[in-house]
Design a binder for this molecule. Sequence first.
Ligand SMILES: Nc1ncnc2c1ncn2[C@@H]1O[C@H](COP(=O)(O)OP(=O)(O)OP(=O)(O)O)[C@@H](O)[C@H]1O
Length: 358
Amino acid sequence: MVERSAVIAALDAVMDPVSGQGLFASGLVQGLVVAEDRAGFALEVDRSLVATYAPVRDAAEAALKVLPGMNRVSVILTAEAKPGLAKPAARTAGLSKAAVDQGRAKAPVPTDRPAHVRRVLAIASGKGGVGKSTVAVNLAAALAARGLSVGILDADVYGPSLPTMLGISGQPAYEDGAIVPHQAHGLKAMSVGLLTRMDDAMIWRGPMASQAITQMLTQTRWGVAEAPLDVLVVDLPPGTGDVQLTLIQKTPLDGAVIVSTPQEVALADARRAHTLFQRVNVPTLGLIENMTGPIFGQGGAKAEAERLSIPFLGDLPLDAGLREGGDAGRPPVSADPSGLIAGRFAAIAEQVAAALGL
Ligand SMILES: Nc1ncnc2c1ncn2[C@@H]1O[C@H](COP(=O)(O)OP(=O)(O)OP(=O)(O)O)[C@@H](O)[C@H]1O
């Protein structure tokens, strides 16, 4: 049985780098729940400070995990705290508890963070077929090339393409109640396409889809205590409908990258994807333009990123090697690490790693 006071004391032993106070005293800890052998809370910080607080979140998690009797700790870093949320408790003196509570943000939708995973990154697109999965796989490989331990979860319930793109097949093994992910091209990989026959993928809809994804997220052995996974890349289903909203609400995401082609229609969809992430307080780390060139045009995504005030992470040309590598299960980033495509992804990976504080 873990005591709430012990949890608060452990949190106050972690310093808030902005106020210099203990983390609990700083007022950033929202919705603290302590129950028997577990504890969880949200760390609400300003959007611009997400990278600063990512290591603080890790330190808080680590500080709670070592408490006697503690089994499970879940700390969610959320951006865009409402002004005034982080005020020290002394400022509320004189107000009734109800009045103080009224000003509080609602508790976030409960999500289950996968164990031993430091960051979760979503790859999204507002529209199908723009190359989201291609980007997810190659960006994951480029992050791994930086020396990070990387996993990739294919949550594209409508058309799981990861097994083909990484050349993996067969149901994953189970060990001690956990799913053992496949290993390919230096990545740990799990796909909804491995849990079902490929033809059945279309039946994963609504609640079933999000349940399957929560399971793959939390029951896969992505990392272990001694060797946590640095980043889990989640390839989301394309689009901005209810399924996507439910998924991103239930998945503890630290940031999202949106993929678009240069065309106006695709950019309008990218805009909707950004709005969707804003609604759930997940920072959009940037926009990538895919299939840039004479056929679809060039520069649309960069201009759109400027309009939305989000970073433009780079563009990728329409390239036969990218398509063939995907079809053959050999992503160019790992098959041709000194090629032009690998270079583009390395530059994108550098920005993404920095934005995630990795
Ligand atoms: N830059 C590129 N140059 C050439 N072909 C590409 C490029 N990017 C993606 N493709 C090809 O386009 C097709 C669609 O790509 P991909 O499956 O990655 O898109 P997606 O957005 O994930 O699609 P879906 O919406 O079906 O999940 C694939 O055949 C892929 O190989």
